[in-house]
Write a protein that binds this ligand. Structure first.
Ligand code: ZN
Length: 342
């Protein structure tokens, strides 16, 4: 099969589309022909060697593989040839205390395609049948591959970790990113008022078309003051934060008294100063959020299938263009999801 691999960490130029032997489905596994695979910022970090995740080389990236089952290993119940499936981003062990309490996103023994298993930048992927999620009818492979990380993570952040309630005001930072696009839609679906930030007027206009009530350009001086004006000086009840650095610091300062700031990323600065007095006197909470549970991914897939949420796809590219795709994401030139199509 063809697969994009890298043999050493580095820039986009280390990605090569190569001939690789086909994976063999073992007992309980299936072989999936990959029809679409989502590309994520994390892929860039893994490729560069800065992700702080253990990866063995050569490595095949790709967290979100969608395709159809073309072969079954011994002892696979419940799936047949031709079934349309997503390979779960987290193949949880199902036995540890985190899995048994509904927090399989944190399972230390999880199989994670594109991290500790070969991913979807390939024509074929082998996966345990228990890790497969059926794709709802009416969704294309490209749409399905655009859902798990953006919408699953946004759901986990806003609803599960952030405890978003109807009528609250949410500040969604970097609303032009794939996860920001998902968060704007989910927060609106949950009955919140959404203030979206982004770094260009074009991205802000698109955020408004997705449902954002107000938009603020965070590249303009005084953007935080504008957010306060829009909330009558109170600040947002919940901040959806995945930028880090100065944006995190400003957003923390904007939080309403007793507000929550939920974080799932920090590329613009992973270590930030924190004013503890401001934290406890305003009784605000900073909440970490990691990935999504399998149940949450199934929920958002269902919501997409029912038309409540809609993945925004920036472009679909062949495997051979993986280098160019990584450069595109590095330059943040995309609005919405970038998909590789083997
Ligand atoms: Zn587990």
């Amino acid at each position: 099969m063809k697969a994009v691999r890298f043999h050493r960490f580095g820039g986009p130029e280390v990605l090569h589309c190569e001939d690789v032997s086909d994976p063999e489905p073992g007992p309980g596994e299936v072989l999936v022909r990959v029809r679409a695979c989502g590309v994520n910022r994390l892929d860039l970090d893994i490729r560069a060697g800065t992700s702080r995740l253990p990866v063995s080389l050569p490595h095949i990236l790709g967290r979100e593989a969608a395709g159809d089952v073309i072969a079954l290993g011994p002892g696979v119940p419940g799936f047949g040839i031709g079934d349309r499936v997503l390979v779960s981003i987290i193949g949880a062990c199902g036995r540890c205390s985190l899995c048994r309490t509904g927090r399989d996103n944190l399972c230390p023994g999880a199989r994670r395609p594109g991290i500790n298993r070969p991913g979807g930048y390939a024509q074929l992927i082998a996966a345990p049948a228990v890790d497969l999620i059926p794709i709802p009818d009416g969704l294309t492979f490209e749409q399905a591959a655009a859902v798990p990380i953006a919408f699953g993570t946004a759901y986990h952040m806003l609803i599960t970790q952030g405890g978003l309630r109807v009528g609250e005001t949410v500040l969604v930072n970097a609303a032009g990113s794939t996860i920001g696009v998902a968060a704007v839609q989910l927060a609106k679906a949950a009955g919140a008022r959404v203030i979206a930030t982004a770094g260009s007027e074009e991205k802000l206009a698109r955020a408004r078309r997705l449902g954002a009530d107000e938009t603020v350009n965070y590249n303009l001086p005084g953007w935080g003051r504008r957010v306060l004006e829009l909330t009558e000086g109170r600040g947002p009840d919940l901040v959806f934060e995945h930028v880090g650095g100065p944006i995190f610091a400003e957003s923390f300062g904007l939080l309403a008294t007793d507000g929550r700031l939920c974080v799932c990323g920090g590329h613009a600065g992973e270590v930030v100063p924190l004013d503890l007095v401001s934290l406890f006197r305003r009784q605000v909470r900073i909440i970490g959020s990691f990935s999504a549970t399998r149940r949450e991914v199934e929920l958002v897939l269902d919501l997409v299938g029912r038309g409540v949420l809609a993945p925004v796809i920036h472009g679909i590219y062949p495997l051979e263009e993986a280098q160019a795709v990584h450069r595109l994401l590095t330059g943040r030139e995309n609005f919405g999801k970038v998909i590789l199509k083997p």
